[in-house]
Design a binder for this molecule. Structure first.
Ligand code: HEC
Length: 129
């Protein structure tokens, strides 16, 4: 009886933790490579803007820092600010002239957050079912 009660409590705690995660996670992913539309559009913007020239094809960092590491602490607003305005004096270009990047800033953030969380696999991704 007592064990069952404890199991029920643990289950409830786990469920609410999962719900909290779902609310704060900006992307949806299935099997590591299928994502929601906005995240997919963000990934396309990443490819077309060729962020990988400096941040590496797997976001692991080259002349620019690893975005896997950065996105652990860099919040959405700061992310948007740095991509929009750049840090031109330090080698990060401004992308406010790129329509695709500006239109998909949230998706781009979502994609990189998913990479940083280890939830989205490197490389090609596609639309989820
Ligand atoms: C020409 C090279 C270059 C390209 C292209 C580039 N970046 Fe950067 N990026 C940098 C450098 C260098 C920094 C580090 C600036 C600094 O020292 O603060 C940086 C910093 C950043 C940061 C801040 C990281 C942090 O920890 O504060 C983000 C986010 C970022 N880049 C995202 C992007 C995205 C998204 C793209 C494509 C749309 C992109 N970058 C394209 C060179 C580049």
């Amino acid at each position: 009886m007592r064990t069952q009660f404890l199991q029920a409590v643990v289950l409830m705690l786990m469920t609410s933790a999962q719900m909290a995660t779902a609310q704060t996670t900006p992307y949806q992913v299935q099997g590591g490579n299928k994502v929601d539309d906005a995240t997919l559009a963000g990934w396309r913007a990443w490819r077309n803007a060729a962020c990988e020239r400096c941040h590496g094809p797997n976001q692991e960092g080259m002349v620019g820092p690893s975005l896997i590491v950065s996105l652990r602490t860099l919040g959405r607003d700061d992310f948007k600010a740095v991509v929009t305005k750049g840090r031109v004096d330090r080698g990060m270009p401004n992308f406010d002239g790129s329509r695709q990047v500006m239109d998909n800033l949230d998706g781009l953030y979502a994609y990189l957050k998913g990479r940083s969380d280890g939830a989205i696999r490197p490389g090609r991704i596609e639309k989820m079912d």
